[in-house]
Ligand binder design. Structure first.
Ligand code: ADP
Length: 268
């Protein structure tokens, strides 16, 4: 296994009992035990992320290498060449999406993502964002009195794009998608994206916002993705001060909804 240059293997951490036994001061020992446990958790978390990332990279790379290998065959006709080229393009797009999501997640977590909150009209932003999806059938439900929002326009449009793409992706029968907004409580607007597609099995629901988590049910085994979209949406919504949730029934559809502060209530 390759390692980063200069980085040796991580030395084994002392066990919590070793630390407790070697310290006479109880308070110090307890603090060290907690610190030690937190380091162990962080290492376990990073190891798990690396395993998931490796898996996410391996699948498109295997398909890419297979397609490129086949493209080199001299007796391919034009139709076959076209088929393999399309596969290459799809896998390159998949790797680009993975990279974009990872960069955005990292920037958010390290506070590097440039956030520029402004006052904006939500309805206008929704309609602008949805232009990218035309002519996919969508139904709009905007309450009549929606105050302007205080948030980063680009980040909110990313959330809408992700939720709407998921709604389309997990509605294989092409059923229409609904988007709505209402004043949930003073100072907060609730925005929602509802589909009538595959829905989410109850057992998967508690894990949905975990990074790289993908539902493994056979009803979506041919639908590709990175498992990063929802965790990114959650961080982006929280970056505006809001919250993202969902409700779903497997086989019937899902509704993802999030809150955004109105301009008069925003904590600036
Ligand atoms: P990805 O779609 O790339 O797998 P996401 O983080 O966007 O990653 O979603 C995680 C999982 O949640 C998906 O694998 C999918 O099974 C499920 N999911 C997300 N949105 C929907 C939806 N609108 N309907 C049904 N399942 C969904």
């Amino acid at each position: 296994m390759s390692q980063f240059p200069g980085a040796g293997p991580i030395p084994p951490l002392p066990s919590p009992t070793d630390i407790a036994l070697s310290c006479e001061d109880d308070t110090l020992a307890q603090a060290l035990v907690r610190e030690n446990q937190s380091l162990r958790d962080q290492i376990a978390h990073h190891t798990q992320l690396m395993q998931l990332l490796t898996h996410q990279l391996a699948t498109p790379l295997t398909t890419l290498s297979g397609s490129v290998h086949l493209l080199a065959e001299p007796e391919l006709d034009t139709e076959q060449q076209h088929e393999f080229l399309t596969m290459v393009q799809q896998q390159i797009r998949r790797l680009q999406e993975l990279l974009n999501d990872l960069v955005a997640l990292q920037d958010l977590e390290t506070g590097k993502l440039d956030t520029q909150p402004v006052s904006f009209c939500l309805k206008q932003l929704v309609l602008e964002t949805m232009q990218d999806f035309a002519p996919y059938p969508a139904k709009y439900h905007f309450a009549t009195e929606i105050p302007d929002i205080w948030g980063d326009r680009w980040q909110v449009s990313q959330v809408l794009t992700n939720l709407f793409s998921n709604a389309i992706k997990y509605s294989p029968d092409g059923h229409y998608i609904e988007i709505g907004a209402t004043l949930a409580q003073p100072g907060w607007v609730e925005v929602w994206v509802k589909d009538h597609g595959l829905g989410i099995p109850a057992a998967d629901q508690p894990h949905l916002f975990q990074r790289f988590y993908r539902v493994k049910h056979r009803d979506r085994q041919h639908i590709t993705g990175t498992g990063l979209g929802l965790s990114l949406c959650k961080l982006l919504v929280e970056n505006q001060g809001g919250q993202l949730s969902f409700e779903s029934t497997h086989g019937q559809g899902s509704r993802f909804y999030f809150t955004l502060p109105t301009v008069d209530h925003a904590d600036r």
